[in-house]
Design a binder for this molecule. Structure first.
Ligand SMILES: [Zn+2]
Length: 99
């Protein structure tokens, strides 16, 4: 998201470092695990439909594009919901297995 100049200032204002610090503190305090995914993970550019397709768009879509159809499987995606589902999947994939 920091690659978008329009968003960069807003994101910097949100103080992601402080948000991450707070989340780390709260998850440690409550005995939970905080899973960090790569900042450039293509969450909104990857088809997350049913977990089978996995189509990844090579070009970033303009933020004004809120809906897109996967050319591989035909699934219609809301950009934010698709991104949230992909972030959840990636977080679960990276999670440390319980011992
Ligand atoms: Zn697809």
């Amino acid at each position: 998201m920091m690659r978008s100049h329009k968003l960069a200032l807003h994101i910097a204002d949100a103080s992601w470092g402080e948000i991450r610090r707070q989340l780390t503190c709260k998850t440690d305090w409550n005995g939970k695990e905080l899973v960090i995914i790569d900042r450039f993970f293509p969450s909104s550019q990857t088809c997350g439909y049913c977990g089978y397709c996995g189509y990844r768009n090579k070009e970033a879509k303009d933020l004004s594009v809120r809906l897109w159809e996967c050319p591989e499987c035909g699934a219609l995606h809301d950009r934010d919901i698709n991104a949230a589902q992909n972030i959840l999947k990636e977080g679960l994939r990276k999670r440390t297995p319980a011992t």
